[in-house]
Design a protein. Structure first.
Lengths: 310, 360
């Protein structure tokens, strides 16, 4: 019995793909989505994520005030006019919270996508090539894996000081792609010895096509899972860097809200809503992605599907 | 995993110490294999070490601005800096001179002799003095908590996988994944707010009281312990989930392996199967992470230390970064990286001992 179980359906489908009848991308998306949705935890995660995305998109319509609109009473507690109170600079906390969702979701999406793309490109080529090339990639990836992430991020952020959100995305991607590359590489290695790959080699396909058209579709679930993992890490890293004041502290995000809350002594003035709300949002958004990943895990490993006993 | 894992094993055989039948056929003597394995890992370690040391050298030089500019910019805030002052400051602070190769050699000399010069921010204290003052706090606080979190999390993970589908599984998995999604600094802020400011149970900042002098008395230890509770709790809360989930997922995998089914068929006690068979094999990936986590202890917990004003390595790094104190920053980053590298190397060796399949 093999311990690394690829999706059985994908393995059966693969030779057909080699002939040229690729299943439409839409069908794949529907299949993946329905497997994920069938998992109870993932369903909760998807609903939570959808809620956050809607709040972020419609923030300008929902938010009672502008994100940086000042002039209200300073450090006020919650009231009818300001449900979650105001900041020390006299801004409305609820409005900041809604606009802050835009930054977190944007950074999570972009940084998650970029790290996943790099991880796929490097991981798959690394798993396919052999010999000296593989050793060189191995060395580079291991170097990125062992250098501790947060200190590296902070040091790079210090050298690139004042770069704003773009800088944060760059830092998060530089420190975040290596893990996914390693996971995808081992799956590529196990797939490359399968018959459908040998068949593709004998039919004279170029390595590039074999890796990205034959092998890649079999790893959809791993790649999707990697994206959600990377996006979670990116959201937490972005909040952490901004909380330390290493981002652009004029941007309204959940991280900078907490940065200003700590620096304006919200702890002393007892504004629990200002401390509680942004962190809870970060935690809930990150949790929603983690929960979705429970369902994604189930695609690649049927043992992790809900309701199945071993 | 390779096909050798799947070979059914007898009730008394110990999977990690017996090579599979295919390996045994053409493998050289075990000792030669082990020595080759260690030598290969040692070579790789040396190469990675050199690369990390070089990255640490190149990083500031690849970025816009030089360390000297940063130091002089600070001085320039108090008025114009003359050429003579500039030269004097550069000489005093030991700002690197010469071309890049000479700088690299000078830097390697610094690394070998562990002499990183004088801190820009905490002048005239040397980088070495600052580091050795901060290191004990970080090592004790983060080190102890890491060990506790690993042991507790792994045990809970074993339980969750073994009692799959019951509340013993769902509660730790859900709570664990929710807690590991908490931003460290937010957990820290909340604990600080409720336990420190509202309930006034614990001190709000520092590693010891304002009147205490660091020494080896019981009083000081008590005081330090009292100050360490909240930071320790924060790290425990946020790191426990990862250990639980990691152990649970690998153990669910090993529980499905044939040797477990075989052990069940042999009528072994469930607890023996869970601990001696499934958990024993499933712990390897968690052990790797534990080794890396121990290596990471030296780096401290930057966010937690910053919130609690805890004078450890993470706090020092944060201060070095915000003050653009390049000598301190370089030394700290190097130290943090090298400890993780050493831990990684040791884990690799240990892994080879525990799982002979990796010694290919």
């Amino acid at each position: 019995m093999t311990t690394s179980l690829p999706p059985t359906t994908a393995a059966i489908r693969a030779p057909i793909t080699a002939i040229g009848e690729a299943p439409s991308a839409w069908k794949v998306v529907v299949r993946v989505a329905s497997t994920v949705w069938s998992n109870g935890k993932a369903r909760i995660g998807l609903v939570m994520l959808a809620l956050f995305v809607l709040l972020a998109i419609f923030a300008p319509l929902i938010a009672p005030y502008g994100a940086s609109e000042t002039g209200f009473e300073r450090s006020a507690d919650g009231s009818a006019a300001h449900w979650l109170g105001t900041t020390a600079a006299g801004e409305d906390v609820l409005s900041q919270l809604l606009y802050g969702a835009q930054v977190s979701i944007f950074v999570g999406l972009v940084a998650g996508l970029l790290s996943t793309i790099i991880a796929v490109l490097i991981g798959l080529s690394w798993g396919y090539v052999r010999g000296f090339g593989a050793d060189v990639i191995n060395f580079i990836v291991n170097l990125f894996l062992v250098i501790p992430g947060l200190p590296l991020m902070i040091v790079i952020a210090a050298y690139l000081s004042g770069g704003g959100i773009g800088m944060i995305i760059v830092v998060v991607v530089i420190t975040g792609w290596a893990w996914g590359a390693r996971v995808l590489r081992s799956q590529t290695q196990s797939l490359r010895s399968r018959d459908f790959v040998t068949a593709a080699v004998f039919s004279g396909e170029r390595p590039f096509r074999i890796v990205f058209r034959e092998i890649l579709p079999n790893m959809t679930s791993l790649i999707v899972g990697n994206f959600f993992g990377a996006a979670t890490a990116a959201i937490l890293a972005e909040a952490g860097l901004e909380f330390l004041g290493l981002g652009d502290s004029t941007v309204v995000s959940w991280g900078t809200m907490l940065f200003w809350a700590q620096n304006s002594n919200a702890l002393l003035t007892g504004q629990w809503a200002l401390l509680f709300a942004p962190g809870l949002c970060i935690a809930l958004l990150a949790t929603s992605l983690t929960l979705i990943n429970f369902g994604v895990d189930g695609i690649s490993n049927p043992r992790l599907r809900e309701g199945t006993k071993r | 995993m390779t096909s050798t894992t799947a070979a059914p094993r007898g009730a008394e055989s110990r999977p990690p110490t017996r090579p599979g039948p295919t390996d045994a056929a053409h493998a050289p003597s075990p000792i030669a294999t082990s020595l080759g394995y260690v030598a290969r890992k040692l070579g790789l370690f040396a190469l990675t070490l050199w690369a990390a040391v070089t990255v640490n050298f190149l990083l500031p030089r690849l970025m816009p601005g030089t360390p000297a500019d940063a130091a002089l910019a600070k001085l320039a805030q108090n008025g114009p800096v003359s050429e003579a002052t500039k030269a004097a400051i550069e000489a005093q602070l030991g700002v690197p001179t010469g071309n890049i190769f000479e700088q690299y050699l000078a830097y390697l000399h610094q690394v070998v002799t562990l002499d990183f010069g004088i801190s820009y921010t905490f002048y005239p204290q040397s980088v070495g003095e600052l580091v050795s003052a901060a290191l004990p706090y970080t090592l004790v606080l983060v080190g102890l908590v890491t060990v506790v979190a690993f042991v507790l999390g792994t045990l809970l993970g074993v339980l969750a996988a073994w009692k799959r589908g019951t509340w013993l599984d769902s509660v730790p998995t859900l709570v664990g994944s929710f807690m590991s999604a908490f931003p460290y600094f937010w957990t820290a802020l909340l604990l600080l707010f409720f336990a420190g400011y509202v309930l006034r149970l614990f001190p709000t900042s520092g590693a010891y009281g304002p009147t205490a002098e660091p020494n080896l008395s019981f009083e000081f230890f008590g005081d330090a312990l009292y100050h360490g509770v909240l930071p320790a709790l924060t790290i425990l809360i946020t790191s426990l989930g990862g250990w639980i989930l990691g152990m649970r997922n690998t153990m669910i995998s090993t529980l499905g392996d044939d040797y477990v089914t075989f052990a069940e068929a042999n009528g072994l006690k469930p607890r023996t199967i869970a601990l001696r068979y499934a958990a024993r094999n499933a712990i390897l990936p968690n052990l790797t992470s534990f080794g890396l986590a121990l290596g990471g202890v030296v780096g401290g917990s930057i966010l937690v230390e910053q919130v609690f004003g805890y004078p450890g390595i993470g706090y020092l790094l944060f201060n070095a970064v915000t003050n653009q104190d390049y000598p301190l920053m370089q030394a700290l980053f190097l130290m943090i990286t090298v400890s993780v590298l050493i831990a990684n190397f040791l884990v690799d060796i240990l892994y080879g001992v525990l799982d002979p399949r990796t010694r290919r």
